[in-house]
Design a protein. Structure first.
Length: 129
């Protein structure tokens, strides 16, 4: 079975993870820190943006994959994937590439939670019905 939404989502997340990882590497060079953050706030922000994506993305990709495998609701599943990706882009950008963007972080978290809640509900309903 083909899973084009899951494939596109996982690929997009992987690209964004590489961008955030490169930002961490560049800031490590600037800060002269090869391990930890050494109290460098810009480095810490970039590290947390990268780590936060790595914490949320795997389970969401699994959930989208399960939804896509069990359902033919491509528009709904694709919309959840897009919301999640937009949320992760907003959050990561606000944290890693700005000094103070609480609205970007808020929007990012909100979109992430909406997408996560929707895919959880979708998968539970598929199980029940």
């Amino acid at each position: 079975m083909e899973l084009p939404i899951t494939t596109a989502l996982a690929s997009s997340i992987s690209i964004w993870l590489l961008v955030l990882s490169w930002a961490v590497i560049k800031q490590r060079r600037v800060a002269g820190k090869s391990l930890g953050d050494g109290g460098d706030v810009p480095l810490l922000r970039k590290m947390r943006a990268q780590a936060n994506l790595a914490e949320y993305a795997p389970l969401f990709v699994i959930m989208i994959g399960l939804a896509e495998y069990q359902s033919d609701r491509s528009l709904v599943i694709g919309s959840m994937a897009i919301l999640f990706m937009l949320g992760r882009l907003a959050h990561g950008y606000a944290l890693a590439f700005s000094v103070n963007d609480p609205m970007g972080r808020f929007v990012g978290v909100a979109l992430t939670f909406i997408a996560f809640g929707a895919v959880i509900l979708h998968n539970i309903l598929l199980f029940i019905l």
